[in-house]
Design a protein around this ligand. Structure first.
Ligand code: AGP
Length: 607
């Protein structure tokens, strides 16, 4: 999931490239590099964070008004300067940055080596570079065109050459590329957040398209090599959206943005008069809506947990059967799906390879697909039959927080939308809309638990294993809380249905294994309290996330985090905040990199 930025214009490229790269560092960050053309080709690389590259460039700045750069998430070859992008072909005839995986790179590499080509890296990207150089005559775009059919796999790539000053050639298959349109300048990036503040007009390249950029020219060609028409989209993010502001980390900023984010997720979608919700881009008329009898929700990671909550919401409000599938599993199964089933892909980035593949497989079978997505113009957003944007703004922290609560909010509205087409009464619909509209302030109130959670994190920071336990709507939250802790603090944690831990995991319980119980007042409160007592009886410390002023929990748990009292279907939104803050503070205390956890990337665009 590398980050790519390209620029060609009439001003210095280096600062623009570095600024864009810093915005994409969350996509992958084990090494980085930049190439500019200024009469000759100049390349600088560094392993580690972008700051390492910045210090190299402070010593040896690069001139030139055109260049490309990359921040890498290693897929082939270890983390080394030799494997960092850009990669050169033909001894510097071209330079390339690439996001994706070339599955047949080994065979191609051996073929080139047989022709005497010397490789300097272990990467698949260098194979592309050498192929383009071998095909280069007097047209860089033509050399790229000749090379692409040889590649099996995915790519979002940008190529420059000292022989063609000012020219950048981009190509896309399976990994996103977005063009930024400027006045006498053009940009290319693997996602739009790198372009915020530089342009408000973007074009999302489609698969099998090539773009040719110079300061005054932006041409896009289809697989048939003919010029392709392209829609220009407005980039509605502001520079502040992708800025840290007064927060120490993007993750904390995005946790605190959640009240406003769920407000935006509802904005313009509530229909008080009809006690329902409406969505612009769903592209389902009432008759089509009524025909739908089953829903499959497919996603990965945190978005999968949102889908699990969506299952409860649709069962409760629309009385509809929902099946939740990991996209990576769903895409390779061949489940019987009837014509009255729709597939809902839930994703923050809109680029997750497994979710995109699951959507494509569903469409191949003629299934209607809906996307719930945060990034406008992303691959999934453009390939589904209908979609709902989260409007959560760029989510920079690798650990998803505000996108998750926005997904849950959108799924609640979607369940009301479907429910009001079926059995959900006007009164019930109005009650839900009223309760939802109170949530931004309720989340602001919930954020007041911050200091208390930080204290609890200090108490348990040394734990090497934790259990997260909840039931019904809060079982997905147990999974989400465990994932948050794992992915940013590297502490092993497991989420379980609270009752299920009796069937084995309770063997893990000892005084060094804290259990986080999600136990606000609910229809299963007594059952969860029994499970809490079973853990206490075995000496396991208990951190309870509970409704304020609950004497039973206070008497039994070692530590209690209070959340406001809300209906069960809204408890995922309020419990998300202490779970996110607990993971944040444990990670902070353990000296982990909050926004760029090891081994991870924000958008998993490879299988
Ligand atoms: C969430 O904290 C993780 N970073 C990860 O599990 C993420 O949710 C998953 O990769 C899916 O990403 P998506 O929502 O962009 O599809």
């Amino acid at each position: 999931m590398c980050g790519i930025v390209g620029f060609t214009g009439n001003r210095a490229a280096q600062p623009i490239l570095l600024d864009g790269l810093a915005r994409l560092e969350y996509r992958g960050y084990d090494s980085s590099g930049v190439a500019t053309v200024n009469g000759k080709l100049y390349v600088r690389k560094a392993i580690g964070r972008i700051a390492e590259l910045r210090s190299v460039l402070d010593q040896q700045p690069l001139a030139g008004n055109m260049g490309i750069c990359n921040t890498r998430w290693a897929t082939h070859g270890n983390v080394s300067e030799a494997n960092a992008h850009p990669h050169l072909g033909g001894d510097g005839a071209i330079a390339i940055v690439h996001n994706g995986v070339i599955e047949n790179y080994d065979a191609l590499k051996r073929q080139l080596q047989g022709q005497g080509v010397q490789f300097k890296s272990q990467t698949d990207t260098e194979v592309i570079a050498q192929l383009i150089a071998a095909n280069l005559k007097d047209d860089l775009a033509e050399a790229v065109r000749k090379t692409l059919p040889l590649l099996k796999g995915t790519y979002g790539l940008a190529v420059v050459s000292p022989r063609f000053p000012g020219l950048i050639v981009g190509a896309r298959l399976g990994s996103p590329l977005v063009i930024g349109l400027g006045d006498g300048e053009h940009f290319l990036a693997s996602d739009a957040s790198a372009l915020v503040g530089y342009t408000k007009k973007v074009i999302y390249l489609e698969d099998n398209q090539i773009c040719v950029l110079t300061p005054d020219r932006c041409e896009i060609f289809g697989a048939d090599q003919n010029p392709a028409a392209a829609d220009v989209h407005a980039l509605d993010w502001d520079p502040g959206d992708a800025a840290l502001g007064e927060f120490p980390h993007f993750m904390l900023k995005e946790i605190y943005e959640q009240p406003d984010v769920i407000d935006r997720a509802m904005a313009g979608r509530l229909d008080e008069a009809e006690a329902t919700a409406h969505f612009e881009g769903l592209n389902l008329d009432p008759a089509q809506l009524r025909q739908i009898e089953r829903i499959i929700m497919t996603a990965c990671g945190t978005s999968y947990h949102a889908a699990m909550i969506g299952e409860h919401l649709f069962e409760q409000f629309a009385r509809m059967p929902v099946e939740v599938e990991y996209a990576s599993e769903f895409r390779y199964r061949n489940p019987p799906i009837d014509k009255n089933t729709i597939v809902v892909g839930i994703t923050q980035s809109g680029e997750t390879a497994d979710t995109l593949a699951a959507i494509r497989e569903s469409k191949r079978k003629g299934q209607r697909t809906i996307g719930v997505c945060n990034v406008v113009g992303s691959s999934i957003a453009r390939e589904v039959d209908g979609g709902i944007y989260l409007h959560a703004g760029p989510e920079i922290g690798v650990a998803s927080t505000k996108a998750f609560t926005a997904q849950v909010t959108v799924l609640t509205l979607l369940a009301v939308h479907f429910g009001r087409m079926r059995h959900l009464s006007f009164h019930a619909g109005r009650r839900i809309l009223d309760e939802l509209q109170a949530m931004p302030n309720i989340l602001r109130e919930t954020l007041r638990c911050h200091d208390q959670v930080a204290d609890i994190a200090r108490k348990y920071q040394a734990a090497s294993n934790m259990l997260y336990l909840g039931r019904q709507y809060l079982y997905p939250m147990a999974l989400e809380g465990a994932l948050k802790l794992k992915e940013i603090s590297y502490v092993h944690a497991e989420g379980y249905p609270a009752a299920e831990m009796k069937h084995g995991p309770i063997a893990l319980v000892d005084e060094g294994t804290p259990s986080v119980f999600l136990v606000p007042h609910s229809s299963v409160y007594d059952k969860v309290m029994s499970n809490l007592e079973e853990i206490k009886a075995r000496g396991g410390p208990v951190i309870a996330i509970a409704t304020a002023d609950d004497p039973h929990v206070e008497a039994k748990a070692d530590d209690v985090i209070c959340v406001p009292s809300v209906p069960e279907y809204l408890q995922p939104l309020v419990t998300a905040i202490p779970l996110q803050l607990l993971a944040y503070h444990v990670a902070l205390l353990r000296g982990c990199d909050i926004d760029k956890p090891r081994n991870l990337a924000k958008s998993v665009t490879v299988e």
